[in-house]
Design a protein around this ligand. Sequence first.
Ligand SMILES: [Zn+2]
Length: 141
Amino acid sequence: MDMKCIYCHSKTQVTNSRSKTLDSSVWRRRQCTTCQAEFSSIELPDYSKSLVVKSTSGKLFAFSRDKLFLSLHKALGHRQDVLNSASAICDTVVAKLIRQNDQEKGLIKASSLARTAHETLKRFDSLAASTYKAYHRHYIN
Ligand SMILES: [Zn+2]
């Protein structure tokens, strides 16, 4: 909670804060105790440390939102709104994975990651879903 002033590096105090339930971020308005300058900060969860993906061979690796985004971006490449749709679907998939994560105590199977992404794409764009499936054939039947 100790964030320094972006102008003079003195201590700041929180004057207002808001939680967004959609992406688990926390927005805070801060004021410097020395120069009185105001600025805001956003706190975001570090998914790379909270979600662990288990591959079919049993290997564990940290979940990467960037990697998921890139694979969705590739699948949605035919769309004009590819950036916005890939970003929105990425958020939805991450939210679903976090819900599964609660049930499975930190571990997500790589196959259920691929299946969750595929199901989410399918409801949105069937061509994107089949493109995604082609790249993840070993996970999706
Ligand atoms: Zn200051």
